[in-house]
Design a protein around this ligand. Structure first.
Ligand code: NAD
Ligand code: TYD
Length: 349
């Protein structure tokens, strides 16, 4: 693996992965980060990487659906490995406006697979990042394994399911070297503040309402993003080609419990204004349509075959994440502001 195309490297998980790959892992090659810079992509996340690894990090502002430009990148940088993160990733947005989800997640992935197939002679691996949401919703008991059948419930998860099937089909039909990982809910630094954790942290810090959907008893399995990155890299290096691996944090939690935990940690760091506790800010709001009740991942296969286990406890992971958002208010203000989008236009056209 000498020249790795990372798609969506300016998003939340992609940023953490590029940082991990170049600063901490044993990867010795170059990263070519291809990102369209949607509202969720921020090239400033990697400014220090650009400065410190000028020979090993290249940024290309490009839409994965733009096949001509992606083909140029394949040739110019002699791509031999792909790690595919780029996607529209927020369930609520997919409910309101699913078009971009179909285009990027399905058509975009298809275009990348076609290019990978055309370059199969030098392509070592196409690793596809996916989600546990493709499996649908669990009842009180049980876990998603790699054998669980697909039953996606939102336009987002349906689009991810379609892309997973395409990746698998390109292995079976054309012998493309692929691996797929399906992970649970990530949290950590650089997550766009529309997802549950950063939204609650920032609203909590700002004394704003904390909107909890429905009865708040939906369960998610929380995975610290760095643990996710180590798992991806292990799978890329040593995972069986053509196979799928589940990645979970082993930290199931009801939404309401998680929000209360965030409130209590925040109260410990900074007393709330005009309130006894930030728990008073919690507001139960209208439920998300088709809201999956419970996700829980069984990562036994990844543990058995590659020896991977998540290292971060939920408490320490949440504390680190809260501290990151406190220390990076400039980042938050930038990604929230419309002004930032015009800066992107100026920089990258
Ligand atoms: P994100 O929304 O933070 O980032 C997505 C990135 O992709 C952004 O930088 C965006 O600019 C880029 N992008 C979007 N459309 C593009 C296009 N057409 N061409 C090029 N770039 C494009 O998402 P994330 O949370 O970092 O998720 C990354 C991947 O992990 C996604 O495939 C997602 O489905 C998957 N995933 C995420 C989670 C999670 O909890 N965040 C859980 C499971 C799986
Ligand atoms: P989210 O971060 O959107 O991830 P996903 O839907 O992919 O699991 O939401 C996590 C959980 O939190 C999910 O059950 C929906 C819930 N949620 C709220 O209760 N309030 C909110 O404001 C948001 C964004 C999510």
């Amino acid at each position: 693996m000498k020249n790795m195309l990372v798609t969506g490297g300016c998003g939340f998980i992609g940023t953490n992965f590029v940082r991990y790959l170049l600063k901490e892992s044993d990867f010795k090659g170059r990263v070519i980060n291809a990102d369209k810079l949607t509202y969720a992509g921020n090239p400033e996340n990697l400014t220090d990487i650009e400065e410190n690894f000028p020979e090993r990090y290249i940024f290309e502002k490009v839409d994965i659906c733009d096949r001509e430009n992606i083909a140029r990148i394949f040739d110019e940088h002699e791509i031999d490995t792909i790690c595919h993160f780029a996607a529209e990733s927020h369930v609520d947005r997919s409910i309101v406006d699913p078009d971009a989800f179909i285009q990027t997640n399905i058509v975009g992935t298809f275009g990348l697979l076609e290019l990978a197939k055309a370059n199969q002679d030098r392509l070592e691996l196409f690793h596809h990042i996916s989600t546990d949401e493709v499996f649908g919703s669990l009842g009180k008991d049980g876990f998603f394994t790699e054998q669980t059948s697909y039953k996606p419930n939102s336009p987002y998860s349906a689009s991810k399911a379609a892309s997973d099937h395409l990746v698998r089909a390109y292995h079976k039909t054309y012998g493309l070297q692929v691996t797929i990982s399906n992970c649970s809910n990530n949290y950590g630094p650089y997550q766009f503040p529309e997802k549950l954790l950063p939204l609650m942290i920032l609203n909590g810090l700002e004394g704003k309402s904390l909107p909890v959907y429905g009865d708040g008893r939906n369960v998610r399995d929380w995975l610290f993003v760095r643990d996710h990155c180590t798992a991806i890299w292990e799978i890329m290096k040593r995972g069986k080609r053509g196979e799928t691996y589940n990645i979970g944090g082993n930290h199931e939690m009801e939404n309401i419990g998680l929000v209360e935990m965030i409130c209590d940690i925040l109260d410990g760091i900074q007393k709330p204004e005009a309130k006894e506790s930030r728990r008073e800010l919690i507001a139960f709001v209208k439920d998300r349509p088709g809201h999956d009740r419970r996700y829980a991942i069984d990562s036994t296969k990844l543990n058995r075959e590659l020896g991977w286990v998540p290292k971060e406890s939920l408490e320490t992971g949440i504390r680190k994440t809260i501290q990151w958002y406190i220390d990076n208010r400039e980042w938050v203000n930038r990604v929230r502001s419309g002004e930032y989008q015009s800066w992107i236009k100026e920089q990258y056209g």
